[in-house]
Design a protein around this ligand. Structure first.
Ligand SMILES: Nc1ncnc2c1ncn2[C@@H]1O[C@H](COP(=O)(O)OP(=O)(O)OP(=O)(O)O)[C@@H](O)[C@H]1O
Ligand SMILES: [Mg+2]
Length: 340
């Protein structure tokens, strides 16, 4: 079966005057409809660049894709030109960005922004507005406006019609996040990439937004990649999780397997960090050292320099082995222990 999204062995370098940082080193991930994948890991591990790559939103240069594929419904987006990409963004892939300035424009009314996104998506798929190809501009704007009201209502904005004329600053943080979800979903994408959509929110609003995301996935039969540094959020929301460390996925699989039976030493360290507080940005409790320099990364396992279990074989790139169906771990030590 063709996956909604399949990232295969993706390698990405970021060029700067200091050299080429190998920020993604063989990332592989498969997302199907109905699945909510949590992408977790410490700051700088490559979560956002992975998400942005799916929509090809990194500038090249400084970014350079050196190996791998990003298949959306079987088409490698790395082979598409900018015009083809524009027809995918918003319609096939909806995004909620981590950087707030790329999300909502403070200078425009919410309604204007939603209607613009709906009209752009409808250029590639007129059915989004429920109109035929020949519909005139006035009819399209009216239909986009109706759709904007319906989407805002669906994400739980009361009196949606009267709020179309409001500016982003007139919404609370939680309400703004709902508007962002409406905007990401107005083009009816199959895949939603949400980068830290709840990090700025207090815990109760965060729970509401996560519940809304789950509800939208069920209602629209989408696949989701939810990027977060918070394993608690993942446990609460996701069906699957991929744990990233320094540009690699060290462990991935169904949520129950990975969180119930974490195998990779790094996943275990992340789990130990949960009960105290959210995983702090930067240093992790109980884990010595810091993330490696990506211009001169360790030759083998990138986690080995911080790993209590490291042994000489870790100087080779770790092979990925399947511990249970779909539960993959990139650690030779764990595998040896399993077969011992
Ligand atoms: N535009 C860019 N130019 C150069 N380097 C970049 C750029 N964007 C990201 N990087 C580098 O790529 C690596 C991965 O960054 P990324 O933003 O994906 O991390 P992240 O996991 O999303 O972290 P956070 O949790 O802080 O959001 C980092 O080393 C970062 O410095
Ligand atoms: Mg990020």
């Amino acid at each position: 079966m063709t996956a909604l999204l399949e990232i295969r062995d993706l390698h990405l370098s970021m060029h700067s005057y200091e050299g080429a940082a190998r920020v993604l080193d063989g990332v592989s991930l498969r997302v199907n409809k109905g699945e909510i994948w949590g992408l977790v890991g410490e700051t700088g591990c490559g979560k956002s660049v992975t998400g942005l790559s799916v929509s090809r939103l990194l500038r090249t240069p400084p970014a350079e894709y050196t190996r791998g594929e990003i298949l959306l419904d079987g088409t490698d987006v790395l082979t598409l030109d900018e015009r083809q990409m524009r027809s995918l963004r918003g319609r096939r892939v909806g995004m909620i960005f981590q950087d707030p300035t790329t999300n909502l424009n403070p200078a425009f009314r919410i309604g204007t922004q939603l209607i613009d996104v709906a009209l752009a998506a409808a250029r590639h798929d007129p059915a989004i507005l429920g109109l035929g190809r020949g519909a005139g501009r006035r009819a399209r704007v009216a239909a986009a406006r109706k759709l904007a009201i319906a989407m805002l209502t669906e994400v739980g904005i009361p009196a949606a019609e009267s709020r179309l004329d409001d500016y982003p600053h007139q919404f609370s943080g939680g309400m703004r996040q709902r508007v962002l979800i409406a905007m990401a979903l107005i083009g009816r994408p199959d895949l939603l990439i949400a980068d830290e959509p709840t990090t700025a929110l207090d815990v109760s609003v965060q729970a509401q937004i996560l519940a809304l995301l789950k509800q939208m996935v069920a209602a629209h039969d989408m696949g989701v990649v939810l990027i977060t540094h918070n394993l608690g959020v993942v446990a609460q929301t996701c069906t699957h999780v991929a744990v990233m460390y320094a540009g690699t996925i060290v462990e991935q699989g169904p949520i129950r397997d990975v969180l119930g039976d974490p195998a990779h030493p790094y996943t275990q360290a992340l789990m130990r960090a949960i009960p105290t507080r959210d995983v702090a940005r930067g240093a992790l409790q109980g884990l010595a050292g810091s993330v490696p320099n990506l211009i001169h990364p360790p030759r083998g396992c990138r986690f080995a320099p911080r790993c209590a279990l490291a042994r000489p074989s870790c100087a080779q790139p770790p092979a990925v082995h399947e511990r249970a169906p779909g539960h993959r771990v990139a650690c030779p030590v764990v595998e040896e222990a399993q077969h011992a």
